[in-house]
Design a protein around this ligand. Structure first.
Ligand SMILES: NC(=O)c1ccc[n+]([C@@H]2O[C@H](COP(=O)([O-])OP(=O)(O)OC[C@H]3O[C@@H](n4cnc5c(N)ncnc54)[C@H](O)[C@@H]3O)[C@@H](O)[C@H]2O)c1
Length: 268
């Protein structure tokens, strides 16, 4: 595959950002890694920037001449709005706006299963289902998906949103038998986002799991071929469920049940 000129990785000091760095460094001439947390270059073609996404002047400099952004910065779980707004909404607005101004071709971004976490587990989801966020966090991801589609269709900044399940070396509970993704498969999905031809896509970030809620047809069509599967863990994890009937009912699990107060639903 041809080398990409310049990729900017946001959230590079984070759990997923760190696991993506080696593959991204190998796929481009120049990798600019960005995080609000301290980070140092780890590859010969890397430059590190310790900046907050909300610092527009610094962001503008980092994005100058970049071909693609791989966006993994953000607050990765439920929180109050004063935490989620700057990290997942305001910073994201600035990122898309500055990327557009800088002429960036595409943004590959981490959305989440929690953007659709209030769908029941027996409902398979395609890429076109309307969002049903299960939390303020999930709603912040829905905002990002909407922002990406606005900039993709109206302004030509391609958007590739990955509704990631749970990324870890191994699945550790029964819910993950459906939505787990191995870090190597996530790297492969990001690579599809970097190389495929599309305008505005939402795909699902899961390995090849027999129990998946997401057929993920569009990702496969674009070239995603996951090499890992949670199926080998079915026996081991089958009893590994919560004692929470609301969490067990919804795809979003404990994010859906956290603060759940809809009496009509619980009585059904
Ligand atoms: N870990 C998962 O399985 C999973 C699943 C679904 C979605 N995601 C999404 O993937 C992304 C990365 O998740 P993670 O598990 O690596 O989280 P993480 O918390 O380990 O990493 C996120 C990084 O973003 C940085 N960051 C936050 N706000 C910032 C800001 N305003 N400016 C600059 N940097 C900022 C943090 O310093 C951190 O290093 C998040 O958007 C998360 O919502 C993760």
């Amino acid at each position: 595959m041809a080398l990409i000129d310049c990729i900017v990785l946001t959230g590079a000091a984070g759990r997923l950002g760190r696991s993506l760095r080696p593959g991204l460094a190998a796929s481009c001439r120049e990798l600019r890694v960005l995080d609000q947390a301290p980070l140092t270059p780890e590859h010969a073609n890397e430059t590190a920037f310790q900046i907050d996404l909300n610092d527009e002047t610094a962001l503008k400099e980092v994005l100058q001449g970049a071909s693609a952004v791989v966006h993994f910065a953000g607050y990765p779980r439920e929180a109050q709005w004063n935490v989620l707004l700057p990290a997942n909404i305001e910073g994201t607005i600035k990122l898309w706006d500055q990327a557009h101004t800088a002429g960036v071709d595409r943004i590959i971004y981490a959305t989440s299963n929690h953007a659709v976490g209030l769908y029941p587990r027996d409902r398979p989801l395609d890429e076109l289902v309307h969002p049903l966020p299960d939390s303020r966090y999930g709603l912040s991801k829905v905002f990002m998906e909407g922002l990406a589609s606005l900039y993709a269709i109206k302004h030509g900044v391609r958007g590739f949103g990955m509704r990631i399940g749970h990324c870890a070396p191994e699945p550790t509970d029964a819910r993950m038998l459906s939505h787990w993704i191995h870090p190597e498969d996530l790297a492969a999905l990001v690579s599809v986002g970097l190389h495929a031809d599309y305008e505005n896509e939402i795909v699902y970030g899961a390995s090849d799991n027999m129990r998946s809620w997401w057929p993920n047809a569009r990702a496969r069509e674009l070239g995603y071929h996951p090499r890992h599967s949670a199926d080998a863990f079915i026996e081991q994890l089958k009893g590994c469920v919560s004692n929470d009937p609301v969490a067990e009912r919804f795809q979003g699990g404990s994010f859906a049940s956290n603060g759940f107060s809809n009496v009509r639903t619980t009585q059904r």
